[in-house]
Design a protein around this ligand. Structure first.
Ligand code: ZN
Length: 162
């Protein structure tokens, strides 16, 4: 298979705009084109699936439903934690993002949904859960991934190794 279209194992550079409910949430105008290694779950599945086969210079509008994006909003993905489990000097506010670890030491992102003196209600939904994502994407570069990138499962850029 020729390497001039988006396919697994290639590093794709794309310009993009993400719009939700008519509001632009994210765009490559701010930080420049996004690079990702195709085929390794680096971008939402509904977008990657639609980008396979695109050529350099090609652009496309893609609508991604929650099931292929950040998931449906889950009413059960909330947890109430005693206020006493948080440091007393911690300033809580609704929307605050927390890195929570469970008994097994697994880390998960959560947001403070609400709180009072006794209880903090945490929301484990992704901020874009339930959202219909409207992308406009343009492929601006394609290259073969290095072995290191394939081993890591993500793209590296020149000045940013991890
Ligand atoms: Zn890496």
């Amino acid at each position: 298979m020729s390497k001039d279209t988006v396919q697994n194992g290639l590093v794709v550079s794309m310009e993009y705009t993400l719009t939700v409910d008519g509001e632009i949430l994210d765009s490559s105008n701010d930080a420049g084109p996004l690079q990702f290694l195709a085929g390794y779950d680096n971008i939402v599945p509904g977008l990657e699936r639609e980008m396979v086969g695109m050529k350099i210079g090609e652009s496309k509008d893609v609508v991604v439903l929650p099931v292929d994006g950040y998931g449906e909003f889950d009413e059960d993905a909330f947890m109430e934690v005693p206020r006493s489990e948080f440091p007393t000097d911690m300033e809580l506010e609704a929307g605050l993002e927390l890195n929570v670890s469970d008994e097994d030491g697994q880390h998960q992102m959560a947001f403070v949904a609400s709180f009072n003196e006794e209880v903090v209600r945490l929301d484990f939904n992704h901020p874009l859960a339930g959202a219909e994502l409207q992308f406009n994407v343009k492929v601006v570069g394609l290259r073969e991934a290095s072995q290191e990138e394939l081993d890591h499962g993500h793209a590296h850029d020149e000045d940013h190794h991890h």
